[in-house]
Design a protein around this ligand. Structure first.
Ligand code: SF4
Length: 339
């Protein structure tokens, strides 16, 4: 039987599938996808057991028809994806998610090389630190043509990480290994050519999240922020998304830290760890709107290419990560959410 597995086949996000014309439809408020997110695909799936993830081995629905970061990920031949991506000026970057599988490193390098030789897209890899035991593996990805990597730390504290991704769920991931790979990635790819993913709302306080963002910054990695959304069938399907105020606070803090406008040590928190003082005047930052846009790897224009339209919420809103510059009414709403 001809199995549709990587590296000849990969999954695309639903947004990528629409943008490439595999499926028809358009985005709410005419959002334009600028980064193609791809995912390696194997019959056995990902060997991780992360409690919040739609790809987790512990997910109740079984291996078929899975979603990952809330949306469907259809499978297509790599060749067809590359052919369709070639004619799309709107696409600046492709991101290959490794997932945790013994073949993932080798296949990722193969997919990078295919994109590098066939297109002029920038290439990111969302790496699986559990599979990266040596710096040479990162260097091989860079040599193949990737210019940036992301590391999905996801949980902001070692306790939450362990509980949701590590020993607590019998999963293979280790907190210290993830951060070691962040450090190595910044060394291999260059300062701020590595990024970390953090998910707000897994049970951390605002102080803990801000400290994780600062830790990334100190190691040379900007934060790409996500808002927890319960994946149906995952063990956390009944866990609520974080309140909007909490998410907006963290978006502002991330902007301040990543833009070098302040540090976590200059911010103040109350007894529950809630952010009460950012250390700078946030009024102009709110007006500006940019801190509430999706954070991710940049494109040809130096702006965020990985804008993941509606990857965190339903298009009906409220929008958490804006895939475009928020408009006047959006800013008004954000202001209210922050009150
Ligand atoms: S921000 Fe986007 S492009 Fe960059 S590593 Fe993360 S998912 Fe990939």
């Amino acid at each position: 039987m001809n199995q549709k597995i990587s590296p000849e086949y990969v999954q695309t996000s639903l947004a990528a599938s629409l943008t490439l014309g595999f499926k028809s439809g358009s985005f709410h408020r005419n959002a334009k996808l600028k980064g193609l997110n791809l995912l390696l695909h194997y019959e056995e799936g990902c060997l991780g057991k992360c409690h919040f993830c739609g790809l987790s081995k512990t997910r109740l629905e079984g291996p078929k028809g899975k979603t990952f970061i809330r949306v469907d990920w259809p499978v297509y031949p790599l060749k067809e994806i590359i052919a369709k991506a070639k004619g799309k000026d709107q696409i600046h970057r492709v991101c290959i998610s490794m997932i945790t599988h013994p073949r993932a490193l080798e296949d990722t390098i193969y997919v990078i090389k295919q994109f590098k030789s066939e297109t002029d897209l920038f290439i990111s890899v969302l790496i699986s630190p559990t599979l990266i035991l040596r710096k040479e593996s990162l260097a091989a990805m860079k040599e193949a043509g990737a210019d940036r990597v992301g590391i999905a730390i996801d949980a902001a504290t070692p306790q939450l990480f362990d509980q949701l991704r590590g020993k607590g769920v019998g999963g293979p991931h280790r907190w210290s290994q993830y951060w070691d790979v962040v450090r190595m990635s910044a060394e291999v790819f260059g300062e701020f050519y590595a990024g970390i993913h953090l998910i707000v709302g897994l049970g951390e306080t605002e102080r803990e999240m801000v400290q994780a963002i600062q830790r990334g910054q100190d190691l040379g990695a900007h934060t790409h922020l996500f808002s927890f959304f319960p994946e149906k069938g995952s063990p956390m399907e009944n866990h609520p998304p974080p309140p909007l105020r909490q998410y907006r606070n963290i978006q502002l803090a991330r902007w301040i830290i990543n833009e070098g406008l302040g540090t976590s040590s200059r911010m103040k928190f109350d007894g529950d760890g809630t952010l009460i003082d950012f250390g700078i005047d946030i009024v102009p930052l709110i007006e500006r709107g940019e801190p509430f846009m999706t954070s991710g790897c940049s494109g040809r224009d130096g702006k965020v290419a990985c804008n993941r339209p509606y990857g965190n919420e339903r298009p009906s809103g409220p929008i958490r990560n804006f895939p475009f510059m928020p408009e006047k009414e959006d800013i008004e709403e954000i202001r209210k959410q922050l009150e």
